[in-house]
Design a protein around this ligand. Structure first.
Ligand code: NAD
Length: 434
């Protein structure tokens, strides 16, 4: 099928390449000329495992092209809208400028029988609001929220755990048949597919993220209690996680969540709920956000305390900048935030990350970056681990102790073994652990 994907960022570029890899003819449209240039050369403009391979194969096959010209989307049967919906500069709500601009720019190129499919995460009511703009052209609109996880984006796009179609015509509608054709391999593999109205589809996405954020903040709240009582939050998580109703996943206490989705999505959800007169229903999300942000400061405070109240001039190696491992994404990254806070307190911070240095440097050029892990550790008076990349989890405490000036470690992800690190002479400080 001929498809277009409007917006080729973390979501759109993966979606375009994945759709080409299952046999569709795809054109990706983006306003960022440099991004389009790199994508056209079959090169991923950001780090995502497996993306380069399917991108290069798609471009090579001739089925995958990219353009800055919206006119190139003309003639596609389905147009996916995957542009960003960041937090507004002047408030907590979602900035819909990009979605509105994309749909407005696409409209003159739409034809009868074509389907515009929103994938961006939007406040409830957005699809209904855009509907007349699309339907005036003879095309139709559906909302098909995306649940991919950065770091697993290719696999999540090709083999999603569920598909949600928000449509106007119900299960038997032509729009459902069209989307089933787009996702034919996933449908054939028995992927659960839920057909809903617009509002439900939009809310599925934000409520899923609200739930995940709440689960993380719940365990981080328990970490705060553990810190005051001498309990161990990791043991607590293991113990409650054995209850199948609770489950162990997303129960790792640490520096908290970040990235281009969870933080802005819970804020946008709360803001939208206020607008529709139901602010009270999701008021708890404000606490979820606050608990999360408190953990960043907690990492900083633990370090400051271990230096007796001041980190001025202290050499600190910060391991990790991306908001999670296997990604170069530093949007609202707790790791980068911790580095910035320590720098602000006068510490001599050296930051490292396997993939995220370029993005971090663009956001915070004032920080010192070092690509080489060994050099970043050299002479450090403290090590702060804030993104749990495999190479950090696999560090040998004995070897690292030999490189640093002082064996002091704050494990902001509770991902190292305190027994092994202490045995190697380290002062190990975890979050919510004695
Ligand atoms: P992103 O910022 O990486 O990508 C957005 C892209 O849209 C950019 O390349 C930008 O240049 C382009 N763009 C902006 N305006 C445009 C326009 N008018 N026409 C064409 N292109 C335009 O953002 P992202 O992380 O890919 O997120 C996109 C959407 O997907 C958001 O709503 C996000 O919440 C949602 N989402 C993201 C993820 C994820 O893991 N990143 C997962 C699920 C859902």
């Amino acid at each position: 099928m001929k498809l277009s994907v409007i917006g080729c960022g973390y979501l759109g570029a993966v979606h375009a390449a994945a759709m080409a890899s299952i046999g569709h003819e795809v054109v990706g449209i983006d306003v960022d000329a440099e991004k389009v240039r790199r994508l056209s050369a079959g090169e991923a403009p950001f780090f995502e495992p497996g993306l380069n391979e399917i991108l290069a194969a798609g471009v090579e096959s001739g089925r995958l092209t990219f353009s800055t010209d919206m006119a190139d989307a003309a003639g596609s049967r389905v147009h996916f809208v995957a542009v960003g919906t960041p937090q507004r500069h002047d408030g907590a709500g979602a900035d819909l400028t990009f979605v509105n601009a994309a749909v407005d720019a696409l409209a003159p190129h739409l034809g009868a029988g074509e389907l515009v499919v929103g994938k961006s995460t939007v406040p409830v009511g957005t699809a209904e609001r855009l509907r007349p703009i699309v339907e005036r052209t003879g095309a139709r609109i559906a909302w098909n929220p995306e649940f991919l996880r950065e770091g697993f984006a290719v696999a999540d796009t090709l083999t999603p755990d569920r598909l949600v179609y928000g449509v106007t015509g119900g299960s038997d509608s032509e729009d459902v048949a069209t989307l089933d054709e787009v996702y034919a391999p996933a449908i054939a593999a028995g992927t659960p597919r839920l057909v809903t109205d617009f509002a439900t589809a939009e809310l599925v996405k934000v409520s899923a993220n609200a739930f995940l954020a709440t689960k993380i903040s719940f365990i981080n709240a328990m970490a705060e209690i553990a810190e005051a009582t001498g309990a161990d939050v990791t043991m607590l998580a293991d113990a409650i996680g054995h209850d199948a109703r609770i489950g162990r996943r997303f129960l790792n206490a640490g520096v908290g969540f970040g990235g281009g989705c969870l933080p802005k999505d819970i804020r946008a959800f709360a803001a939208r709920a206020e607008e529709i007169g139901r602010g009270e229903s999701v008021q708890f999300l404000k606490h979820v956000d606050e608990i999360n942000l408190r953990r960043r400061q907690r990492v900083v405070d633990l370090l400051v305390d271990s230096f007796g109240g001041s980190v001025v001039g202290r050499r600190v190696a910060v391991l990790g900048l991306a908001f999670k491992p296997d990604s170069d994404d530093t949007r609202d990254s707790p790791a980068l935030d911790v580095a910035v806070r320590l720098h602000g307190l006068g510490a001599d911070v050296v930051c490292t990350d396997p993939e995220a240095i370029d993005n971090a440097r663009r956001q915070h050029p004032q920080l010192t970056y070092e690509r080489d892990l060994d050099r970043a550790l050299e002479g450090a008076e403290a090590v702060v681990l804030v993104t749990e990349w495999r190479e950090y989890r696999d560090l040998d405490p004995v070897a690292v102790a030999g490189a640093v000036a002082r064996p002091l470690l704050v494990d902001g992800r509770n991902c190292l073994d305190p027994v092994a690190w202490r045995a190697a002479g380290w002062t190990y400080i975890g979050l919510g652990r004695p």
